[in-house]
Every structure is written in structure tokens, then in C-alpha cells.
Design a protein around this ligand. Structure first.
Ligand SMILES: Nc1nc2c(c(=O)[nH]1)N[C@H]1C(S)=C(S)[C@@H](COP(=O)(O)OP(=O)(O)OC[C@H]3O[C@@H](n4cnc5c(=O)[nH]c(N)nc54)[C@H](O)[C@@H]3O)O[C@H]1N2
Ligand SMILES: Nc1nc2c(c(=O)[nH]1)N[C@H]1C(S)=C(S)[C@@H](COP(=O)(O)OP(=O)(O)OC[C@H]3O[C@@H](n4cnc5c(=O)[nH]c(N)nc54)[C@H](O)[C@@H]3O)O[C@H]1N2
Ligand SMILES: [Mo]
Length: 786
């Protein structure tokens, strides 16, 4: 399964329409010049962040639209920033409750550029596929529904009604509803997501894969088993009270910059912040708040990290067990001073087995596997032992490994040892990615719904819901590849580039009868298609959404379980765009017709009537329409936060996990795939990873200087990367070696360029999340391109 791209890559310019017929390329083209390398930045935020934010917003959206957008981000009467799921403060908000990367997300959507039918007339799908991902996104907002007919080389416009009829024709021709899959990306509002899952279940399947399968599914699985809810237990207020905050496998300076404001505030109060990360991420080092004028003008910024544990990639189980072992050993010396004994005996089960396993664990194994010296582990344990209120945050550094669920359950173990769940200032905090990924799940976007949820739908809507569990994202790819799934419908996202094993996934998509995407911007996912393909352009979060009853708002749920309104602020990018709830409802009407009792399009006239349906079926949403109109919205119920573990036995569970075996043959490295500072998942805003000092290039492999030497390579050298999994190899061509402060035998690259290396079958136990942070690779001098 080698990389296929040598067929025609490297045409950075790419001529419209001018190439001989060839398969569109599933991977971005090679880069023609090496990146510029600078030193790693020591301070995050500050003036460079402000300048970068304003350049993006005004450069793309212009002065009028740009200013309108900036004044409404994350305001109570404005829209929820589409950048990330970090919450807004409950009470007072500053005029600019946004960050550099939120501003970039808004600029990307607010751009004045347009991708029109004329654009598609000029560009064949194949010619577009020779362009970079950044170029594709920069062409602007999609304006018209477009179809790629069987055998055609170009997309052409069609009416909305024709588009819905086409999907209905394909879906209704299937042998079984289970031959279609319905993907969701996490920007979709609660209203659209609720209608969507209802439509899919009335159609007759639970095939609802979503981006969470690639993201925090491991957190959901780990937390549900141990504390009884697949969500975090803290609120923003807890950050104001915490005495210690652990930030594990997360790069908030880039991916959740507003979190740095909470960390800065905590650090100034004297809270101890510990980061566990193979990389010295800049945001965790020092931060200048872009809204504090004195900081901007040359202040030193606030030191964030008290301690950085430079763990090896996937060394976390060992490290977290080492921390637990240290706490047990301290408690043996000073009985009752370290462990929360009452909490453990009254509120938890499984402590004895956990403690026994840690006693049997050797310090040598801990140090060897984690790569962190014992003294540093003890120093972190001491912070944990002294803190009465500790918050544990994590993101993709923990969730995308084979043993991801174990990683997170080891975090839970530590929290339980100290009784740090369900009290103010303490708790578990999986930091979500997409701004409504958590809400989409709450609305029923999941392939294995509970019986109680399905029964509620049946009662309210008078149909028989399917009981067969559906396919998650990886299972969807397999099923398309094997011909068992013939239609892929995607509500947002970039299914092709966000998923693993790019060439395998591309082949899976090519074998379908129809691929259809509801999208705001062009992406590579539109270019790798089934026998027919559709693009359905929708309104973005930032835009006014006017329906029959007037201007509408939608709702979202942030990372801390707060549900609140989001109201678009600017004129839609084109009058032809439709809102996501409208598209879903129209589609349902076209597909289900008289089979459904619901007046689908009637519900879209006033989104209050969708929320009414939600309040009758989803727990925690009673009086939804009233409560969501209160400033800041409302908190969903959360048992563990309120002091009740919602597991079947009402207790929190300690769990025992073997140390993962990381087996590398001589010369192999364990590679993690990361986000640069200038991207939003598969959307590439720009070519710079400013904090890491890697500029004007993305095809880089960060390596330890000793490994570079040991492998006989040199800084700046062009190399090919080969991944190894169960005897299979996959190749990605032409990366540039960058020496970096990363542990030995580890490497880092950017996603999605290296998704081609992530094997489809390499997934986490229990959560089935692709192991995008544990890819075994070898690095060799670049071969000639064929
Ligand atoms: N600007 C911007 N904001 C975003 C996004 C974006 O792409 N751009 N994406 C959004 C989404 S969907 C998500 S899920 C989040 C992602 O937010 P993050 O999880 O912060 O994103 P990643 O770049 O994947 O970074 C993972 C971090 O984990 C570390 N890491 C990797 N492997 C390991 C390991 O084995 N152990 C430990 N301890 N650490 C490890 C890496 O060094 C890196 O610092 O951000 C959201 N916000
Ligand atoms: N190797 C590797 N792979 C990864 C990861 C990794 O760390 N490493 N991270 C994974 C993670 S955490 C995630 S969440 C996934 C992300 O997977 P996805 O959510 O599928 O991907 P995105 O890149 O966020 O989707 C971008 C596209 O969404 C569309 N879009 C933007 N806004 C809207 C909107 O408001 N409505 C609609 N309908 N469409 C919109 C635009 O057309 C844009 O091109 O990727 C995963 N893939
Ligand atoms: Mo994510």
C-alpha cells in the first residue's frame, strides 16, 4: 500500500483544467522549497498574536465585515467562536472574548472570496487536487449546490431541489438503510444535529460516525466506565480555585489559547501548573495576555509552568502509575496524610487491586518506559500531594494511542487517590476540540445509542427506531472499502483528510455510489468521490440565519457542559446558502416523504419548535427555550460534578492497566501527528508554526538531534517516512529533517500530511480511535520520485 502520489505530484502551480485524465490526488502536493527554521519561542500571545489575528481578519473579511465579526465573537448576543470548545466566562466578558486562533477561524469563514459555479467550470476536480490544502481553502466560501455526475471531470451547479432528490434517489435505492453512513463534524449546532440523527434513525440506521471517533472518544469511554459520565466534571470557576493544574498531552497555546487566560490567572494566584508533554510547548511556558496593555508593551509575560515532565511519546501510563506509586509510598510514611482515605473507602471501588499493582511495579520500569527521571516524578507527586484541589486537563496527546483509554483511566486513578472529583476547584477536564462536538453527542449523534434514548425518540415521534448498533468512523471506512456501505453523507468536516490511512480511505470513498458533503469551504474531501458527488453549501456560525418566523439563533454545548445560544452577526456569504437545520429537514422530507409523520420543513420556520422537540426527548433540556435565553445559558446535569458517580453501582472505579509495550526495532521512531499554529484540523490557515519556529513549510519531521546523528541523517535533509504495522508498510515522501527538543526515539509531524502513514487497523482498545499519536516509522534519505 505504498504512496501513490508520484504519479503527478509537485505541480505547485497546477493549471486549470489542463491535465490528462488521472485520478484526483488524495494527498496534498509536495512542497517545492524547504521551510525556514528559527528558534522555539519562549512566550506565547503578546503583540505577535494580536498582529496575526488582525491580519487574518482584515486581510480576508475586509474592514466592515471584519469589524462586525470581531465585535460579536463569544458575546452573549453574538455567535459562539467556531475555533474551539473552551467555555466563555459565565458573568462578565471583555469586549474581545477571543484569541488569535479564534480570530483566524472567524476570518476563514468571513472571507470575501467565493467559490462559484464559474470557478468549478474552470477547474477540473483533478486539477484542483494538485493544489495544496491551504490553496483550496483560500479560494473562499462555497456558494451553490454542485454535482459531479458519473464520469464527469467537473462539478456543475444544480438546484437545491434536484440535490435533495438525488440523495433521496440513492438512499431509497439501497438494499438496506445500513448501506448508508451519515458523518458529522463537531461544528454542527444542537438543532441541526438533533434533526439529523432523528432523520437517520427514521431512515432506519444507527450509522452515525462523527469526528469524536477520531478525537475524544477515548475520554468518553474511559470516563463512562470509571465515573459514569463521558464528559468532564469541572467548570471554569473551578480554575479560579484550583491549587494545582495538570495539563497532559495538550497544546493550549495553539489549540485553546483562551485556556491560557485561566492558566495565567491561576499561576498568578500561586497555583502550581504541571505539564506532561514530549514537547516544550510555548503556551505552557510563558504567556502575555493580548488584552493586557502593559504585557503587550514589553512585559515579560506570566510564567505558566511550575514543572514540565518531558514524557516519551506514549509513556504516560508509566508516568501516571509512577505518580500513583509515589503517592502510595508517601502515604505509607505518613499514614492518612496523602490518600483521601474516607473518599476512597466510601465513594470508590477497586483501590486494593490498584494499590497492589503499583506496589508490584518497579521504579526502573516506570523511569524506563516514561523517559522521566524519578526525581521529577517525585517532584510532581509532591505537588499533587500538597494540593487539596487539583484539576487534570488533557487532549489528543492522551486519546490517540492504542492504550488511550488506559491513559485516561490512569488520570482518573490519580484524581481518586486524592479525592479530587466532585469538589470545588478540582476534577477531570478533557478539553474538547470542535466547538460543538460535545453537544452533537448529547443530541444523539452516536452509533451506539442507549435503549432509553431510542425509546424516548419512539415515544415522541411514533416510529420504530433501529436497534442494530451502527458503524463508527473507522468501521465506516472499512465497510465502504468492502462495498457494504454505498453512500456517505457528511454534515461538515473533511472525512477524507481527517481520517487515517489516506490512500485506503480514498479507495473506500471511490467505491461508493454517492459522496455528499454539507460544507462551508472547499476541501480535499470534495475531490475524492464516489460514482456521483454533491457539495451542499451552508451558512456558517457567524452568519445571520433568517427563516419564515424571522432571525434565528442556534445552540451549542461547550467543553464544560454549558448550553448557550449562538446568533450569527453578518450577512450570509451568498443568498443561495441554506442553514444546516434547513438542509437536514429538506433532505429528510425528500427521503422519507410519507414514511415520516413529521412536518420536517415546518419545524425549520422557527428553531424554537426544534428545541421544543429536544426538550421532550433529551435529558437535561426541560424548559430549553426559556433557559437558553438566560444570559450565558445553562449547565447540563453532571452527576460526578454534583458528587454522585453515575456508574451502575454509584461508585467511582479504580482500574488496573498493564504497562503498554512500545516495541521499536533498531532505527524506528514513534511518531505523533500534531497541529501547527496555523491550521484548524484539515484547514490550513498559513504555513507558519510560529511558536515552534518552523516557518513556510509543513512537510517536516521533528527529531532528536542524537537520533538524527545515529541514523546518519542531517539537519535539513530531505527524507521519506515509512510506517510499520503488522508487516505492512506505508510511505510518505519528501519531509525535511528538523532537529527539535523531543525525547529520543520519538518524532513529530503535522496532520493531515502524514495521515497516509496511520494504519486503518491501528486503533485504540475500547474507543477504536485511530492511533494518530503512536505511529511506528523509519526515516530514510528521500528516493528519487518515479
Ligand atoms: N487553532 C486550532 N485550534 C484547535 C484545533 C486546531 O486544529 N487549530 N483543533 C481543535 C480540535 S478538533 C481538537 S481535538 C483540539 C486538539 O488540541 P491538542 O490536543 O492540543 O492538539 P494536538 O496538536 O493534537 O496536540 C497534542 C499535544 O499532545 C502532545 N502529545 C503527543 N503525544 C503525546 C503523548 O504520548 N503523551 C503526552 N503526554 N503528550 C503527547 C503533543 O506534543 C501536543 O502538545 O484543538 C481544537 N482547537
Ligand atoms: N493524524 C491525525 N489525524 C487527525 C487528528 C490528529 O491529531 N492527527 N485529529 C483528529 C481530530 S481531534 C478531529 S476532531 C478530526 C477533525 O475532523 P473533521 O471535523 O472532519 O475535519 P475539519 O478539518 O475540522 O473539517 C473542516 C471542514 O469543515 C467544513 N466546515 C467548517 N465549518 C462548517 C460549518 O459550520 N458547517 C459545515 N457543514 N461545514 C463546516 C469546511 O468545509 C471545512 O473544510 O480530525 C482528526 N484527525
Ligand atoms: Mo478534535
Amino acid at each position: 500500500m505504498a504512496d501513490e502520489r508520484s504519479k503527478g505530484q509537485g505541480t505547485a502551480a497546477g493549471s486549470p483544467g489542463g491535465r490528462p485524465a488521472a485520478l484526483p490526488s488524495a494527498q496534498p502536493p509536495l512542497e517545492t522549497r524547504p521551510p525556514d527554521i528559527e528558534s522555539v519561542k519562549t512566550v506565547a500571545g503578546g503583540m505577535p498574536a494580536v498582529v496575526s489575528a488582525l491580519q487574518h481578519v482584515y486581510g480576508q473579511a475586509g474592514p466592515v465585515r471584519g469589524t462586525q465579526l470581531l465585535l460579536k465573537i463569544n458575546q452573549q448576543d453574538g455567535f459562539d467562536c467556531p475555533g474551539c470548545a473552551w467555555p466563555e466566562p459565565d458573568g462578565h466578558r471583555t469586549v474581545t472574548e477571543f484569541c488569535e486562533n479564534g480570530a483566524k477561524a472567524v476570518a476563514e469563514e468571513g472571507t470575501l472570496a467565493r467559490v462559484t459555479p464559474e470557478f468549478f467550470r474552470q477547474w477540473s476536480v483533478e486539477a484542483l487536487s494538485r493544489q495544496s490544502d491551504m490553496w483550496l481553502g483560500k479560494q473562499g466560501r462555497l456558494t451553490h449546490p454542485m454535482v459531479l455526475r458519473e464520469g464527469a471531470t467537473h462539478y456543475e451547479p444544480l438546484s437545491w431541489e434536484e440535490a435533495f432528490a438525488l440523495v433521496a434517489e440513492e438512499l431509497n435505492a439501497l438494499g438496506s438503510p445500513d448501506e448508508a453512513c451519515f458523518y458529522t463534524s463537531g461544528r454542527t449546532s444542537n438543532e441541526a444535529a438533533f434533526l439529523y440523527q432523528l432523520f437517520v434513525r427514521q431512515f432506519g440506521t444507527n450509522n452515525l460516525p462523527d469526528c469524536a471517533d477520531l478525537c475524544h472518544e477515548s475520554s468518553g469511554a474511559a470516563l463512562t466506565e470509571t465515573v459514569g459520565i463521558g464528559k468532564g466534571t469541572v467548570t471554569l470557576e473551578d480554575f479560579e480555585k484550583a491549587e494545582a493544574i495538570f495539563v497532559i498531552g495538550q497544546n493550549p497555546g495553539t489549540n485553546h489559547p483562551r485556556m491560557l487566560v485561566s492558566l495565567q490567572e491561576a499561576a498568578r494566584r500561586g497555583a502550581q501548573i504541571v505539564s506532561i508533554n514530549p514537547l516544550p510547548e510555548t503556551g505552557l511556558n510563558r504567556f502575555k495576555h493580548p488584552q493586557e496593555p502593559l504585557q503587550l508593551l514589553g512585559g515579560p509575560g506570566t510564567a505558566i509552568n511550575r514543572l514540565w515532565l518531558q514524557v516519551r511519546v506514549n509513556g504516560d501510563v508509566a508516568l501516571l502509575q509512577g505518580l500513583g506509586k509515589a503517592l502510595l509510598e508517601e502515604d505509607a510514611k505518613f499514614p492518612g496524610r496523602v490518600l483521601a482515605r474516607d473518599f476512597i473507602s466510601q465513594r470508590t471501588v477497586g483501590f486494593e487491586a490498584y494499590a497492589a499493582a503499583l506496589r508490584a511495579l518497579s521504579w526502573d520500569a516506570v523511569v524506563e518506559q516514561s523517559g522521566v527521571p524519578r526525581e521529577q516524578i517525585l517532584a510532581a507527586a509532591e505537588i499533587l500531594a500538597r494540593s487539596e484541589k487539583t484539576i487534570f486537563c488533557w487532549a489528543m496527546g492522551l486519546t490517540q494511542h492504542r492504550n488511550a483509554v488506559a491513559n485516561i483511566q490512569e488520570v482518573v486513578n490519580l484524581a481518586l487517590l486524592r479525592g479530587s472529583v466532585g469538589k470545588p476547584g478540582a476534577g477531570l477536564c478533557p478539553v474538547r476540540g470542535h466547538s460543538n462536538v460535545q453537544g452533537d453527542r448529547t443530541m444523539g449523534i452516536l452509533e451506539k445509542p442507549s435503549a432509553a434514548f431510542l425509546e424516548a425518540l419512539e415515544r415522541e415521534f411514533g416510529f420504530t427506531a433501529p436497534r442494530t448498533p451502527g458503524l463508527d468512523t473507522v468501521a465506516t471506512i472499512r465497510a465502504m472499502h468492502e462495498g457494504r456501505v454505498k453512500v456517505l453523507f457528511a454534515l461538515g468536516g473533511n472525512f477524507l483528510s481527517a481520517t487515517p490511512d489516506t490512500e485506503f480511505t480514498a479507495e473506500a470513498l471511490r467505491r461508493t455510489r454517492l459522496t455528499a458533503h454539507v460544507s462551508t469551504k472547499l476541501n480535499r474531501g470534495h475531490l475524492i468521490h464516489g460514482r456521483r458527488a454533491l457539495i451542499l453549501p451552508c451558512l456558517g456560525r457567524t452568519e445571520r440565519d433568517v427563516q419564515a418566523s424571522g432571525a434565528q439563533f442556534v445552540t451549542v454545548e461547550n467543553s464544560m457542559g454549558v448550553v448557550h445560544a449562538s446568533r450569527g452577526a453578518v450577512e450570509p456569504a451568498a443568498p443561495t446558502l441554506r442553514s444546516e437545520p434547513d438542509i437536514v429537514a429538506s433532505l429528510a422530507q425528500a427521503v422519507l416523504g410519507a414514511r415520516s409523520q413529521m412536518d420536517w420543513t415546518g419545524k425549520v420556520k422557527d428553531y424554537d419548535s426544534i428545541r421544543e422537540l429536544i426538550s421532550q426527548t433529551v435529558p437535561g433540556f426541560s424548559r430549553f427555550n426559556q433557559r437558553v435565553r438566560e444570559p450565558g445559558g445553562f449547565y447540563l446535569p453532571n452527576g460526578p460534578r454534583e458528587g454522585r458517580f453515575t456508574t451502575p453501582d454509584g461508585k467511582a472505579h479504580f482500574t488496573v492497566h498493564p504497562l503498554p509495550r512500545i516495541e521499536l526495532e533498531p532505527g524506528q521512531l514513534l511518531m505523533m501527528t500534531l497541529r501547527s499554529h496555523d491550521q484548524y484540523n484539515t484547514t490550513v490557515y498559513g504555513m507558519d508554526d510560529r511558536y515552534r519556529g518552523i516557518l513556510n513549510g509543513r512537510r517536516v519531521v521533528m527529531m532528536n538531534p542524537e537520533d538524527i546523528r545515529a541514523l546518519g541523517l542531517a539537519e535539513g535533509q530531505s527524507v521519506d517516512l515509512t510506517s510499520h504495522f503488522q508487516g505492512e508498510t506505508r510511505v510518505a515522501r519528501r519531509f525535511v529533517v528538523v532537529p527539535y527538543r523531543i525525547p529520543r526515539r520519538c518524532a513529530a509531524t503535522y496532520f493531515p500530511e502524514t495521515n497516509v502513514l496511520v494504519p486503518i487497523d491501528s486503533i485504540a482498545e475500547k474507543s477504536r480511535t485511530p492511533t494518530s499519536k503512536s505511529v511506528v516509522i523509519s526515516v530514510a534519505p528521500a528516493q528519487e520520485l518515479a
